[in-house]
Design a protein around this ligand. Sequence first.
Ligand SMILES: O=P(O)(O)OC[C@H]1O[C@H](O[C@H]2O[C@H](CO)[C@@H](O)[C@H](O)[C@H]2O)[C@H](O)[C@@H](O)[C@@H]1O
Length: 283
Amino acid sequence: MGSHPDHLPTPTTPAGLEGLAAILARPDRAVVALDFDGTLADIVPDPEQARAHPGAVAALAALAPRVASVAVITGRPADVAVRYGGFAGVPGLDRLVVLGHYGAERWDAVSGTVHAPAPHPGVAAVRAALPGVLHGLDAWHGSWVEEKGQAVAVHTRRADDPQAVFDALRAPLGRLAAEHGLIVEPGRLVLELRPPGMDKGVALAEYVRETDAESVLYAGDDLGDLAAFAAVEKLRTEGPDGIPGLLVCSGGAEVPELAERADLLVPGPSDVVAFLSALAQRL
Ligand SMILES: O=P(O)(O)OC[C@H]1O[C@H](O[C@H]2O[C@H](CO)[C@@H](O)[C@H](O)[C@H]2O)[C@H](O)[C@@H](O)[C@@H]1O
């Protein structure tokens, strides 16, 4: 992407062009929703070290007052995304909403508090069983567990062969999740065992309805963002006119399932930030 701060890249699909045109025409009715890891924050080997790209908060703060709403929709717990993003107490982000755990949790900047559902009992059961299950498998070496409160995630990025460990763990972790009423959410070298019933598509569609938006932009990088992409595709075709939407994939073609459905591909978070800054400038 060009480095000029004013350069607004052009979507490559007719639907994306229509989505961007609708946002530019009525920004006060547009929702801008963004994933966190891989979209606003660079992917790093240790999830605890992930932080928003250095320009992300400024770009969001410039954009938020010009549109109906900015929301972050993430697989992270909402409070973790707020902390790692540096989103609290920022002038311009006073109406920011962070939907965590794929939409099951909600933090808003107005109250500064998180609303979360009661814990699913299966998470505690899986947490207790997981070490034994992993140690009973040849393939677990190099994997490690992220404790997420409402879920547990098994990461393989730091294994010698991350993809091989990921592939080998997928079926047994799927069985463990199912035994306890959970689902497995696959992501970039991570298998998360979490409660069913919510995904980023449900969260985004509800948020668009809640804000009475007339257009939507969603940017993501991973398999968990497919549901949000599907929600935007559905919103575009619903009703007599539909709601125009722009789908941005961060990370180029690293997750082909997402890239092939995007209206705009950008190489990674620094380009997402440049795009958001250019959009804010244009508005
Ligand atoms: O929905 P997101 O905001 O994209 O969160 C999805 C998961 O992101 C984190 O894992 C990913 O990023 C890590 C840090 O860069 C990286 O080490 C890991 O390989 C990636 O899968 C996070 O740790 C998970 O809990 C999130 O669900």
